[in-house]
Every structure is written in C-alpha cells, then in structure tokens.
Design a protein around this ligand. Structure first.
Ligand SMILES: C[S@@+](CC[C@H](N)C(=O)[O-])C[C@H]1O[C@@H](n2cnc3c(N)ncnc32)[C@H](O)[C@@H]1O
Length: 345
C-alpha cells in the first residue's frame, strides 16, 4: 500500500494535478496483480533479508530475469523489497508479510484475492442486475480454493483474535457457544482458552473441517472446541446457547437472509444470551477514507461473490430487533471499517 508521499506529491494530488484515476484505475490494480504473481510464482520464496542479484532470484524461482525484475520493482514500489543496483532484498515489512518463513505472513490472503479477481470479469453484470448472475462462490470452489479461502481467513483472524476476544465479556455462567461459519475456529479457541467453563461448536460446511481440526490440534483445544458440519441457513441450530458468534458472516447474506438468521439465532439462545456479530460495519469510521474503502469494497466483493452486502450498525440492529433482541451495542476494532455488534436477548 502506498501511503508515503513527498510534500510536492501531496500538493499535486490535493489539487488533482496528478490525476487520481492514474493510480485508482491503473497502477494500484496492476501492483495488486504483481503482488499475487510474486507469491504464486514463488518469487517471494527466493527472496531474503540479504541482497541477491536479480539473476539469482529469477533462477531460484524458475522465472525469466526480465519478468522477475519487473515484479521485484513492483514490490519495491509497494515497500516490500529494497533495491541496490540489480540486487534486491526484502524490507522488514516484505519479510513479515510475504516470506514463507514468517509466522505472520499474508500469503494465503494474497493468493485468495488473486483467485477472487479472476471472477471480476463479470462484475459489470452484477452491478447492472444488483445480484450475482450465477451461483454462490462457495458452491463453485475446488478443494484448493477452499484451502486458500480457509487459510486466508486464518491470516486475517491472527491479526485481531486477541483484540476481538478482549472486547467480548463472558460471564462465569456462559457455558455453551456456537461459532457460525467459524472456519478455523481461532476465535472460539481463544475465548474458550480465556474462559475455561466455555465449550464451543464451530458450525461450518464440510470442506472446512480439516482447517478447524488443524487449528484445534495446534492449540490443544480438543477439549473445548469441536466441529459440526452443518449449513446454518438450512439446518436447525442446536438449542440452549449462551453465546452465538457470527464473524464475517452477515456480509455474505442479503437483508432477508440476515433477518432469517437473526431469528434462528434468537430461538437457539438462552434468555440473556448474546448474538455477537463481527463484520465490516458501514459508517463506523466516520470520514476515514480507509474505513470507507474497506466497507465499500467489501460490499462490492460480497455482492459479486455471494449476493451479500455490508451493513450499518442501525441495519444490523434492525435484523436483531425484528428477531426480538432487546438491544445492540457497537464496539470498534482497530482495523478500519471493522466492528463488533453485540445483540442481547
Ligand atoms: C468469511 S468466512 C469467516 C470465517 C470466520 N468466522 C472468520 O471470521 O475468520 C465465512 C465462513 O462461513 C462459512 N459459511 C458460509 N455460509 C455457510 C452456511 N450456510 N453454513 C455454514 N457455514 C457457512 C464458510 O464456509 C466460511 O468458513
């Protein structure tokens, strides 16, 4: 992401002397593709914190020197590599986000975005008709794409799992939790680790089980978190829950589906139970352009991929109140555009 500008660039940008569409429609999009290409073609795997000649990097990645240099220059522009003559190395940020050796890398997220963009060829039809022209993305994905999706969700959740779980109050009497579309289960795992009386069922579709199982095993959470293969829209939800999580779920549903889901959740919660939504919340960041970029882009992406949308706190509150919830509370997260809505029965 380019965020550092010289004083002259700031003045020229503020006065539209540098045309903004030059970046918006051109370089930003192309640089995003270059980033996807760098991971897909394993150019990133050939890089390290030490300078290496472009010929050596290209040879390790088995790509042309010319192509490799172009991709490395794109990464340099984005701040992921440094350049000294024909030699390149990772920057600290590049290593953290792109190296397979980094615990915190974002490689699956990048590959998943790269997969999503292939489908953008039909975005005009989605906008024209206000809905995706064909089936939900989840119905079309191959095993490899399920892996990219599930691991991309792990990449994102690792950035905020502690923050999110610290914002959720759990009482000593809260014992049973559902994590709708919980995927990797990392939020459940952390909440159950902090509140040892709590047990959680991750409700997700069958292809996701192996990623939940993997995370549960990695965090030694088999005693508290389990996977249930189920479609939360079509199947009954288990009853008598104290907490039900829907993290990054409501954006994949249209308003009617969200009302239906809120009603199902209400019916399967105990009195005083809570429906906790985490999502991109429209309007949460006021005038922040970063926040607007997140919620607006996610609305576009989710309409196109699944017929979904992003919603304001008020709209999420209407879904909940129609179902019978007494009140809703909004908590902002550090990531621009992200928030938690807590609905109490
Ligand atoms: C965007 S991911 C969110 C994953 C996780 N909650 C998080 O925030 O990181 C949505 C998840 O919901 C699951 N999902 C979507 N529709 C579903 C349905 N009808 N029934 C069960 N799971 C569903 C997907 O398989 C996916 O794992």
């Amino acid at each position: 992401m380019i965020y550092k500008f010289s004083l002259i660039e700031k003045i020229l940008l503020a006065n539209d002397i540098i045309p903004h569409p030059f970046a918006d429609a051109s370089s930003s999009v192309g640089l995003g593709f270059a980033l996807g290409c760098s991971v897909k073609l394993k150019i990133t795997d050939a890089l390290s914190m030490d300078y290496q000649h472009v010929n050596a990097i290209a040879a390790k990645a088995s790509v042309s020197t010319k192509g490799c240099e172009i991709i490395l220059d794109c990464l340099d522009a984005l701040g992921y590599t440094r350049k000294d003559g024909d030699n390149y190395s990772f920057t600290k940020r590049g290593f953290k986000c792109l190296s397979p050796l980094s615990e915190d890398n974002f490689r699956h997220f990048i590959l998943f975005c790269d997969y999503l963009y292939k489908g953008y060829i039909t975005i005009d039809d989605t906008i024209k008709h206000g809905k995706r022209p064909h089936s939900n993305m989840l119905e079309e994905m191959t095993d490899y794409e399920w892996e990219l999706f599930s691991r991309a969700m792990i990449d994102i959740s690792k950035t905020n799992v502690k923050e999110v779980c610290n914002k959720i109050t759990v009482s000593k009497t809260d014992a049973k939790m559902l994590d709708l579309g919980g995927s990797h289960g990392l939020y459940s795992i952390e909440l159950c680790r902090k509140h040892t009386q709590l047990k959680s069922s991750v409700i997700d579709l069958p292809p996701v089980k192996k990623y939940t199982d993997e995370c549960v095993a990695k965090h030694h959470a088999a005693g508290s978190v389990s996977f249930v293969a189920s479609d939360f829209m079509k199947d009954e939800l288990p009853k008598n829950n104290d907490i039900i999580l829907a993290f990054n779920i409501i954006h994949g549903l249209n308003a009617t589906e969200n009302e239906e889901l809120a009603q199902k959740v209400f019916n399967s919660l105990n009195d005083g139970g809570r429906y906790i939504i985490l999502d991109q919340i429209k309007g949460i960041g006021g005038k922040s352009q970063l926040s607007k970029a997140t919620t607006a882009y996610m609305a576009l992406n989710l309409l196109h991929q699944a017929g979904g949308n992003t919603y304001t706190h008020k709209e999420a509150g209407i879904f909940a109140k129609k179902a019978g919830f007494k009140n809703t509370q909004l908590k902002k997260l550090n990531a621009p555009g992200f928030g938690i809505v807590i609905c109490t029965k």
